[in-house]
Write a protein that binds this ligand. Structure first.
Ligand SMILES: Nc1nc2c(ncn2[C@@H]2O[C@H](COP(=O)(O)OP(=O)(O)OP(=O)(O)O)[C@@H](O)[C@H]2O)c(=O)[nH]1
Length: 305
């Protein structure tokens, strides 16, 4: 009901101003063109400001940015409408200076409000793209964002002989952590593990959470020797990690599957994830807390760095 009233009120305001503008054109056909143009301009500006005022009002957000824009559009509306009424009734001159000051102040405030709005909008866009790209629990990338990043990297010029690799790792017996300490502690463990892994990889390696307790790491320009070193670093750092919570000391281990490709084209990531997943399965069946390489799955070797 309130909404309807407001909508009607808005229409009502427009309905008053529009006929006034029409009246100007009809009643003053002999008016000098410049004065007529001035009248139309002031009336048009008053209408635009009124429209802006109501649109900001309808947002119902009491952010500073909207308050500034609302104040600016109100000032400009009052000044323009006043000017318009002044010219129309020929009361002229007396208050011109006040109208002009109000108009100028409103316009300056409006410009300031617009610049603030651009900054606010930029921040909102950044926040939204961060939310769309990251896993809310651990803050690492989600699978979709990882695929997009890898594909865009590989669709550009890639130097010859570039080798790309993938590591998938999964926390061992994570169900036991949840069952023993609760789901919330399980979440803390996931965050700690993601943080620990981030601390041992390069800045340009992409870490993402595939879901549950499974993570994937995309390594650009990393050959088999390199990916084995990274896998061992991760395995070792998680093995050393102790998470303290409510007097409990929680330790974990991870199993890892590795895959490498010397054909770095868009789409290769999905292929590598599939291969690394098979290798991860091998690592799990071979006692966990170890890594296996996709091509070597049928002839698994012990960790040797
Ligand atoms: N706390 C928490 N637990 C999760 C989340 N996602 C999945 N899980 C749990 O992770 C556990 C995964 O269990 P399983 O798939 O049996 O794997 P596991 O116990 O780690 O055993 P292995 O992988 O074979 O070593 C389940 O208990 C899930 O409920 C999450 O976001 N937070």
């Amino acid at each position: 009901m309130v909404e309807l009233f407001k909508y009607k009120f808005q229409l009502g305001c427009l309905a008053i101003l529009l006929p006034l503008l029409v009246a100007v054109v009809i009643i003053y056909p002999t008016t000098e063109p410049l004065i007529l143009a001035d009248l139309l301009f002031d009336g048009g500006m008053a209408l635009c400001c009124l429209y802006l005022m109501f649109n900001i009002e309808e947002l119902k957000e009491s952010r500073e940015i909207y308050r500034i824009l609302l104040a600016a559009s109100t000032m400009m509306f009052v000044a323009n409408f006043w000017d318009f009424a002044d010219e129309l009734t020929n009361v002229l001159d007396s208050k011109d200076i006040i109208e002009d000051i109000l108009k100028a102040a409103g316009f300056l405030l409006f410009l300031f409000g617009c610049s603030q709005w651009v900054k606010f909008h930029k921040k909102q866009c950044e926040l939204m793209s961060r939310l769309a790209e990251t896993d809310p629990l651990t803050g690492v990338l989600n699978r979709r964002a990882l695929t997009m990043r890898a594909d865009s990297l590989l669709s550009g010029p890639v130097p010859e002989n570039t080798i790309v690799s993938v590591i998938i790792f999964d926390i061992d017996h994570f169900k036991q952590v949840n069952d023993s300490f609760g789901h919330q502690v399980g979440d803390i463990v996931l965050v700690e593990i993601a943080t620990a892994v981030k601390s041992v990889i390069r800045k340009n390696d992409y870490l993402a959470r595939l879901g549950g307790e499974e993570f994937v790491l995309f390594l650009y320009d990393t050959d088999l020797h390199g990916v084995k070193q990274v896998a061992e670093k991760i395995r070792n750092c998680i093995e050393q990690l102790t998470i303290s919570h409510d007097g409990n000391e929680i330790t974990c281990s991870v199993s890892l599957g590795l895959a490498t490709s010397c054909n770095p084209i868009p789409g290769v990531l999905e292929e590598l994830i599939g291969q690394a997943d098979n290798a991860l399965y091998e690592a799990k069946s071979n006692g966990r807390n170890c890594w296996r390489v996709a091509d070597e799955c049928h002839n698994p070797q012990e960790v040797q760095i």
